[in-house]
Design a protein around this ligand. Structure first.
Ligand code: 5CA
Ligand code: ZN
Length: 409
């Protein structure tokens, strides 16, 4: 699949800083020290509805990760998937009486437009589950042949007990795992499984559902977790720097992914840091396609809201906190954007050198975007109150806000 166009990232004076970020697996901050090419995998959308503010907030967090790395003069190798075949997509297509392929394509087109408008950096490899199937099948065969997977009525399940590290990404107890497994695509109550938590690797063809050639597995379609493992290992290899997603992916998705990868390679963990963004809610409930309590990026754009203001609304919240989308959040962001634009519209102003360092410091400290915004606010207030004589300072501020926060002033 093709991704979306990249917005330019201006180079800044001075040196960027290494990223310290919260890793769910170790439960604390880790300082990442990637090589000259930092490697990141971010779980992509299941394209059965439009991009909502929760998705946008999560992708914003991982866009910041890349901007911090780019500021250290590293290159970034970024991979993202599209879960373009899965139960919820097929169910929505069926409900609405439309072709599932057309639905996935339509929503993926819209996602690309939203990401472009929000100045999210595109992945170098944007890979659909369907196009990854030829790479998934041999991995499932290997897992089965190694005794880490078993067959149940034609379906193939991964055995979580084959992984000595199972549980070391999310650190949940068995009861919590069972509950979340049922909520998030698993089938803990299916009779005949070795362990209720075992996730499906390959689902045998069902009547009326799409299926693909699975070689010795028979016709069918891939499970969700093996999809991301196959794509990540193919394009990044083991031990990449960050696997990212919302906190609802810690279990089962990233836990199972780490287990699959461990069983395939003997190595743990697949990613050096498992990074999870908080959940965005609307009216007190997690924004979710299945609940339908959604604020869409595209709707706001069509209503004439500047995408830079949407981005500032996301940045005003720390990526790890759960927060609530309200009209006030957007109004505050619009006001901040106006104030910043006014402040950079003059040819001179207060020195921007310290500000650039403050933004760098804030972001390198577990992506503290609210602290970065507060620093820019202080500069803008100073500019409004007394101005300054530093020629070109507003230009430096504009470039820093663009390069490090993805906001075009
Ligand atoms: N296709 C899978 C990942 S492989 C999937 O979870 N797709 S998704 O469309 O449901 O979600 C895409 C991303 O948005 C995931 O990282 C998910 O954790 C995140 N996300 C979904 N809802 C919210 C929300 N309310 N707040 C924050 N992030 C969210
Ligand atoms: Zn994923």
């Amino acid at each position: 699949m093709h991704a979306w166009p990249a917005s330019e990232v201006p180079a800044l004076p001075g040196e960027g800083r290494d990223l310290r970020i919260h890793d769910t697996a170790t439960g604390g901050l880790v300082t990442l020290a990637p090589g000259p090419v930092a490697r990141i995998y971010v779980c992509g959308i299941t394209p059965y509805d439009a991009t909502h503010m929760g998705h946008a907030a999560t992708y914003n967090a991982f866009d910041l990760v890349q901007r911090v790395w780019l500021d250290t003069k590293r290159q970034v190798h970024y991979v993202q998937n599209v879960t373009d075949v899965d139960d919820p997509l097929l169910e929505r297509a069926e409900r609405d009486g439309i072709d599932w392929v057309a639905l996935a394509e339509k929503e993926t087109v819209l996602f690309r437009e939203d990401m472009t408008a929000l100045r999210m950096l595109p992945p170098q490899h944007y890979i659909g589950a369907v196009e990854a199937i030829p790479g998934i099948v041999p991995l499932v065969e290997r897992l089965r042949d190694a005794g880490a997977a078993y067959e149940l009525e034609g379906d193939v399940y991964f055995s979580v007990e084959s992984d000595p590290h199972f549980g070391q990404v999310s650190h949940l107890d068995a009861a919590a795992m069972r509950l979340l497994s049922a909520e998030r695509g698993g089938d803990p109550d299916r009779p005949g499984k070795k362990n209720p938590l075992d996730p499906m690797l390959w689902m045998a063809a069902r009547a009326g559902e799409p299926s693909w050639d699975g070689a010795s597995l028979g016709r069918g379609r891939p499970g969700w977790h093996i999809e991301c493992v196959a794509i990540a290992l193919d394009h990044l290899g083991m031990g990449f720097d960050v696997q990212g997603g919302g906190s609802d992916l810690a279990f089962p998705h990233h836990e199972m992914g780490a287990s699959h990868a461990q069983a395939l390679t003997g190595e743990f963990p697949m990613a050096k840091a498992y990074v999870h963004a908080g959940m965005v809610a609307l009216d007190g409930e997690k924004m979710s396609k299945s609940k339908g309590n959604l604020v869409f990026v595209s709707k706001l754009r069509y209503d004439g809201i500047d995408p830079a203001a949407i981005r500032l609304a996301l940045l005003a919240h720390h990526y790890r906190s759960d927060w609530e989308w309200t009209d006030q959040v957007l109004q505050d962001a619009v006001a901040r954007l106006d104030a910043w634009r006014a402040a950079v519209s003059r040819p001179d102003g207060p020195s921007a050198d310290a500000l650039v360092e403050e933004i760098r410091e804030a972001l390198s400290n577990d992506l503290d975007a609210p602290a970065a915004l507060a620093a820019v606010d202080r500069w803008a207030v100073l500019q409004g109150a007394q101005g300054g004589t530093d020629e070109g300072a507003p230009g430096v501020v504009s470039r820093a806000v663009d390069a490090l926060l993805g906001v075009a002033l």
